[in-house]
Design a protein around this ligand. Structure first.
Ligand SMILES: *[C@@H]1O[C@H](CO)[C@@H](O)[C@H](O)[C@H]1NC(C)=O
Ligand SMILES: *[C@@H]1O[C@H](CO)[C@@H](O)[C@H](O)[C@H]1NC(C)=O
Ligand SMILES: *[C@@H]1O[C@H](CO)[C@@H](O)[C@H](O)[C@H]1NC(C)=O
Ligand SMILES: *[C@@H]1O[C@H](CO)[C@@H](O)[C@H](O)[C@H]1NC(C)=O
Ligand SMILES: *[C@@H]1O[C@H](CO)[C@@H](O)[C@H](O)[C@H]1NC(C)=O
Ligand SMILES: *[C@@H]1O[C@H](CO)[C@@H](O)[C@H](O)[C@H]1NC(C)=O
Ligand SMILES: *[C@@H]1O[C@H](CO)[C@@H](O)[C@H](O)[C@H]1NC(C)=O
Ligand SMILES: *[C@@H]1O[C@H](CO)[C@@H](O)[C@H](O)[C@H]1NC(C)=O
Ligand SMILES: *[C@@H]1O[C@H](CO)[C@@H](O)[C@H](O)[C@H]1NC(C)=O
Ligand SMILES: *[C@@H]1O[C@H](CO)[C@@H](O)[C@H](O)[C@H]1NC(C)=O
Ligand SMILES: *[C@@H]1O[C@H](CO)[C@@H](O)[C@H](O)[C@H]1NC(C)=O
Ligand SMILES: *[C@@H]1O[C@H](CO)[C@@H](O)[C@H](O)[C@H]1NC(C)=O
Length: 558
């Protein structure tokens, strides 16, 4: 994202168990002392912090101190989606990033002799010349049937269990079980087994108990495929089964009738339905406290590429057996999305060295894209199973302001700025917060308090619209003199007016916008609208609007 940016790395987590907030806080403080410009955390708490306000957790408090020191802080949204309020990054001074798919896909597939094609994953070469190869299940290729005392024999971890004469030149079928997820069995080892038995390739079917995790394409040096869907795995096994010829009396296989070829997944293919919000990307609204009240703060803030990302990897790393010895690994998650934003923030900081952290967040937010490559709305997956069949247009609680647009972010026109003092006023405005604020910051809450809705964010989120409200925002022109006109679409169940509807704003000058909302209909679910500022120099400033109407006048109509 940012060539020649310098990267400082602080270790605060450990293999397999994670780590403690105290270590993360120490790392954040050290980075701040070292003078970094940006902190990127692909780290979230593993549970929502208890207490009066979610924002008072040690990591968010440490990040607030970093923001006070002028550091832009980026955090992964968490991979706990797609249900509402699954977000694991909370505070308005933190820039929270969700994960979207980009357009590059590596599709691998196996074509069975009955012409059924099953798609799967695997960065593998295909079998030669589209010729058909005989399918042999590991359990039908045992060297010695007494080897059956290995319960996990079908995972193909030990070549000596198998008879090379049966496997040679054929496609070996192995099972992919929970043991692979735990690292007790590996694809690498199964491929070694297949290679030493001179198999033409390996087909992994999914054990039905392996659910709820994302399987990344894994590099394979011989033809291979993992069929990640249990249903598709059944299709393979039934075809294989029905093609076997067995001896009536001994029940031994006398003929393997099933054939197939693997098409291979090394060549990238490009999809036009991208970007798309991944099912696992954690969603808003932002939880205000452990009572599950909703904060008037938009989360996530933005989405960035996070699925199937080629990432630098240490060849000495031992965290993933599949990528051991590799210099790159393909990874997925909001952890992969956050650093994209950190890098773009570095570019913004380079162009605008005096930008505050909130100005950088504003530039990224107001310029984010709302459309996918087809020109339609960005879609959000809403289920783990069959995610592409369970999708609908993304809302601000799925994608924040939208999908990051680097070009736009480097020329935002207007910005919404907030200061450390604003965040302190917001914290002090939380009922009962002043002793906690004092404990964390050493500062006394004065009389100046503020509601979340009044923070000068590049979004408007109202979790409880009671009849009517007025919201103010202040924009600062960081570009040349420009005249803007204002347009909006109202959320369902509310009417909206913005004043002024046209304004001139000189370079360096500010303009206050007043947004009036009336509830027209009681509604317990969120509805969404948008405000757009359209400049004569071509700047477009996008402000997402999310509203839950709790109480409306029963007389007024929309
Ligand atoms: C599969 O398709 C090929 C070509 O399309 C055809 O020749 C063949 O008969 C089909 N086989 C089966 C089992 O349907
Ligand atoms: C069969 O198993 C024995 C030991 O169990 C092993 O030495 C031998 O190599 C195996 N044979 C084949 C063909 O894999
Ligand atoms: C395959 O057939 C055997 C009996 O021949 C049966 O026990 C097994 O459940 C079948 N498996 C599948 C996946 O159809
Ligand atoms: C590329 O993707 C399209 C649609 O996603 C699919 O129809 C096509 O078969 C794919 N091509 C390859 C080579 O995988
Ligand atoms: C990104 O922003 C630039 C500049 O505003 C615009 O020209 C371009 O169309 C945007 N790209 C997308 C994909 O929205
Ligand atoms: C603040 O909290 C206290 C105690 O929890 C409660 O009695 C009071 O009503 C609250 N005030 C407001 C304005 O919500
Ligand atoms: C403030 O910190 C002290 C000492 O760490 C602790 O005993 C007390 O409970 C804290 N008070 C609040 C309101 O968090
Ligand atoms: C808060 O307001 C009261 C009454 O208006 C005033 O007496 C007091 O000095 C103020 N405190 C601060 C810290 O501004
Ligand atoms: C809604 O506002 C009215 C007055 O404007 C107030 O009396 C009422 O308590 C409010 N309701 C809620 C649920 O906040
Ligand atoms: C809200 O309602 C008031 C009173 O009916 C009206 O004067 C005002 O124009 C309305 N505002 C919006 C945004 O609809
Ligand atoms: C920009 O606007 C200011 C007034 O806000 C004016 O003084 C200045 O001359 C304008 N600059 C240009 C280049 O038009
Ligand atoms: C909305 O709810 C309030 C309080 O429950 C009620 O007074 C009002 O009539 C309702 N409005 C509509 C349009 O149903």
């Amino acid at each position: 994202m940012a060539p020649r940016a310098h990267i400082a790395v602080y270790k605060s987590l450990y293999k397999s168990f994670g780590g403690f907030a105290a270590d993360v806080v120490a790392a954040i403080d050290q980075a701040a002392q070292d003078g970094v410009d940006i902190i990127s955390l692909s780290i979230t708490p593993n549970r929502r912090p208890p207490g009066i306000a979610t924002f008072f957790n040690p990591i968010d408090m440490a990040l607030l101190s970093a923001v006070k020191a002028g550091i832009f802080v980026v955090q992964a949204a968490g991979n706990t989606g797609p249900s509402p309020k699954s977000i694991s990054s909370f505070s308005p001074w933190i820039f929270t990033v969700g994960a979207a798919a980009h357009d590059r896909i590596y599709s691998n597939s196996i074509v069975l002799g009955n012409n059924v094609t099953i798609t799967g994953v695997g960065l593998a070469p295909g079998t030669d010349n589209d010729g058909m190869y005989t399918l042999v299940s590991a359990i039908h290729a045992l060297n010695d049937t007494s080897a059956g005392n290995d319960m996990y024999i079908s995972e193909c971890q030990d070549a000596s269990n198998f008879n090379q004469d049966i496997v040679r030149g054929n496609l070996l079928i192995c099972s992919y079980s929970i043991r692979f997820v735990l690292g007790l069995s590996t694809i690498k080892q199964a491929l070694e087994t297949a290679k030493s038995l001179s198999a033409a390739g390996v087909v992994f079917y999914m054990d039905p108990y392996v659910i709820g995790f994302q399987l990344n394409p894994i590099p394979m040096r011989i033809p291979g495929i993992v069929i990640p869907s249990p249903d598709d795995s059944k299709v393979l096994l039934q075809y294989y089964n029905s093609s076997l010829v067995k001896d009536e009396t001994t029940k031994k296989v006398v003929k393997f009738g099933g054939v197939a070829y693997i098409s291979g997944g090394i060549k990238a293919n490009f999809s036009s339905s991208a970007p798309k919000i991944m099912y696992y990307s954690a969603r808003g609204p932002d939880p205000e406290d452990s009572f599950l009240d909703t904060a008037d703060i938009l989360k996530p803030n933005i989405v960035a590429p996070g699925n199937y990302i080629w990432a630098a990897w240490s060849s000495l790393g031992t965290d993933s057996v599949e990528f051991q010895g590799e210099n790159f690994a393909m990874m997925s998650g909001t952890s992969m999305a956050a650093p994209h934003i950190a890098g773009l923030a570095a570019l913004i900081k380079q162009r605008f060295p005096l930008f505050t952290p909130s100005a950088i967040g504003s530039a990224l937010s107001t310029t984010a894209s709302l459309n996918d490559r087809n020109g339609g709305p960005i879609m959000a997956q809403r289920a783990y199973s069959n995610p592409d069949l369970n999708q609908s247009p993304a809302t601000p609680f799925d994608m924040g302001s939208g999908f990051v647009n680097a070009t736009g972010a480097l020329d935002p026109g207007l910005i919404f700025d907030s200061s450390y003092d604003d965040y302190m006023s917001f914290l002090c405005g939380i009922n009962g917060s002043s002793p906690v604020v004092f404990n964390y910051t050493g500062e006394t809450c004065g009389n100046s308090t503020m509601n979340a809705i009044d923070l000068n964010l590049p979004s408007i989120t109202i979790s409880n619209l009671n009849q009517s409200t007025i919201v103010h925002r202040t924009v600062t022109n960081i570009g040349s003199n420009e005249t803007y006109s204002v347009g909006w679409s109202a959320p369902y169940g509310a009417s909206v007016k913005v004043t002024p509807t046209h304004f001139f704003v000189g370079n360096g000058e500010k303009q206050v916008l007043s947004v009036f909302l009336n509830a027209t209909m009681n509604n317990t679910i969120a509805s969404y609208g948008r405000i757009g500022l359209f400049g004569t120099q071509g700047h477009v400033v996008n402000i997402p609007l999310s509203v839950i109407v709790k109480i409306s006048y029963n007389t007024t109509a929309g």
